[in-house]
Design a protein around this ligand. Structure first.
Ligand SMILES: Nc1ncnc2c1ncn2[C@@H]1O[C@H](COP(=O)(O)OP(=O)(O)OP(=O)(O)O)[C@@H](O)[C@H]1O
Ligand SMILES: [Mg+2]
Length: 500
């Protein structure tokens, strides 16, 4: 804080204040209450003439608890002070992935907001506290606080917009620096009575990014843009009256990168991941409790949704039904479920409520992802647009995806063998997982890896051909048998009729 800028000589001001304190003490002794209030006001006015600055103090602890505002200010000033302050502190803070820089004691920084100049200082008081233990002893307790000084002219702007800005910035930096977590739900019957152990977590450290994800580049860009739009959509969602959340359905054969995509999304958005194991949830109420216990800026994942709930069978003739019939069907299913709901299982309507019921809006900025290998097995109501806003097909490896894998695994952008691989990938279905397996360098030669892949692709092509031939043969045989038996059947019926 630049003290010389704040007007007058400090020594002079100090002696005036000392004089006033003396006068004040005398007044307190000899004068009645009303007169004392009058003098108090007079002194305030007198001080304000010489010292037009206001100070706000923010203590580290408030009502015995750590003050959230103090923490946000500390983070905010940490970012400012790296360029200004001469004395800084570096700490490894719990739940933070990097070292946190903050102001050292008695250091000061200047800030500017919409043309208003402000001065911040970190102060510390030491209090003697007596510990009443067996060996009664004295100990010193440190109390830290930030002091913000500004001209009284800017009182409104500082107490309003500026402090909100500091809080928002501080929280955003905290979020960016935090160590992200991967949660999984504990089985409902093992929840503690306090209800605090609904989820267990570990640190989330998956290396997948969109850059290393092998898929069609256009599709990848579309997904990235969708996520960016969602991330910036706070005002839009509020304006249209929608809860700030988005659903993605990832479907495709095994090993095509669905789980990898979830990790890439979480890294891109800087979100936590809640991996929800539906089979460990014993009823709809507990499912709702789990939802309420998730934080904002998180992805809730239900992997292999088709295996988690019995959603099949009810809509086998889906393609034959009109939209109206589908709708009525859903109402019917919900009613039937309600009738037999014994509170011992998660039902389709419970899951639908989980996704977009009134409780789903309880924490903003959340993404829900379902993955499945069999999209056609899922109930249309579960994945309709609005619930699962974007349906993403993760398909077998094509040449563009292969190029990403070749770059990741072999660090090459081109090779004379790429042409052969391109044409083989057009004729054969191989998952990125299997392609990647062949690209892991087992020997020093990159060419050997590519040749291994070509060999694997040729084998896959050959076995696919054999499979198709076998299927065609079986089909032919069964249609021949069907014809034969229908012929015999007809002959029998004819005979019976004649006999009649
Ligand atoms: N598109 C991809 N891009 C990069 N790596 C991939 C991709 N697909 C698969 N892999 C690799 O294969 C491994 C398995 O992929 P992943 O678990 O994401 O597949 P999945 O689609 O979730 O499979 P499943 O349906 O069996 O759950 C990953 O660890 C990753 O290394
Ligand atoms: Mg998976």
């Amino acid at each position: 804080m630049n003290m010389t800028m704040m007007g007058g000589s400090w020594a002079e001001l100090g002696s005036r204040i000392a004089g006033l304190v003396f006068v004040w003490a005398t007044i307190q002794q000899f004068f009645p209450n009303q007169l004392r209030i009058y003098f108090e006001k007079l002194i305030d006015r007198f001080l304000a003439t010489f010292y037009p600055y206001i100070q706000i103090t923010i203590h580290e602890y408030s009502d015995g608890r750590r003050n959230e505002v103090y923490t946000a200010i500390k983070t905010y000033l940490g970012a400012k002070s790296t360029v200004q302050a001469r004395s800084l502190k570096a700490d490894k803070v719990k739940n933070s992935k990097s070292i946190v820089i903050s102001l050292d004691n008695s250091e000061e920084v200047t800030d500017e907001f919409n043309g208003v100049k402000l001065w911040w200082a970190l102060k510390q008081t030491v209090r003697n506290t007596t510990m009443f233990t067996l060996y009664q002893s004295d100990s010193e307790e440190e109390r830290k606080y930030y002091k913000l000084t500004f001209h009284r002219r800017y009182r409104d702007i500082v107490t309003g917009a500026y402090l909100s800005h500091v809080m928002e910035e501080g929280k955003a930096i905290q979020l960016k620096n935090r160590q992200r977590k991967l949660y999984t739900n504990n089985p409902s019957d093992k929840w503690s009575w306090s209800g605090k152990n609904l989820w267990s977590h570990i640190v989330f450290e998956h290396p997948a990014t969109f850059q290393t994800l092998a898929m069609d580049p256009k599709k990848k860009e579309e997904i990235i843009n969708d996520l960016i739009g969602f991330n910036k959509g706070k005002d839009y969602y509020a304006k249209v009256g929608k809860a700030w959340k988005r659903g993605y359905l990832l479907y495709g054969p095994p090993g095509t990168g669905k789980s990898t995509m979830i990790a890439a999304m979480a890294n891109f958005m800087n979100y936590d991941v809640y991996d929800l194991e539906l089979t460990s949830v014993n009823n709809n109420t507990n499912l709702r409790k789990l939802l309420i216990d998730t934080t904002s800026k998180s992805i809730i994942v239900i992997e292999d949704i088709d295996c988690s709930l019995d959603l099949t069978g009810k809509r086998k003739k889906k393609n034959e039904k009109s939209e109206d019939e589908e709708h009525n069907d859903l109402i019917h299913i919900k009613e039937k479920e309600k009738e037999k709901d014994d509170g011992n299982k998660v039902t389709l309507s419970g899951l639908l409520n989980f996704i977009d019921g009134i409780w789903s809006a309880c924490g903003p900025e959340r993404i829900i992802i379902f993955t499945t290998n069999h999209v056609d097995k899922l109930d249309a109501a579960l994945i309709r647009r609005g619930r699962m806003d974007m349906h993403i097909e993760m398909s077998y490896c094509k040449f563009e995806a292969f190029k990403v894998l070749a770059k990741n695994y072999l660090d090459i952008d081109s090779h004379p063998l790429f042409g052969t691989i391109d044409s083989l990938l057009q004729e054969t279905d191989m998952s990125p997982c299997d392609v990647a397996e062949n690209l892991i360098p087992k020997t020093a030669s990159k060419e050997t890896c590519l040749n291994d892949l070509i060999e694997a692709l040729n084998k896959a092509k050959e076995s696919a051909k054999l499979k198709t031939e076998k299927e065609a043969k079986n089909k032919k045989l069964s249609s021949k048998a069907a014809k034969k038996y229908s012929h015999i059947w007809m002959q029998m019926i004819g005979k019976l009729r004649k006999e009649k």
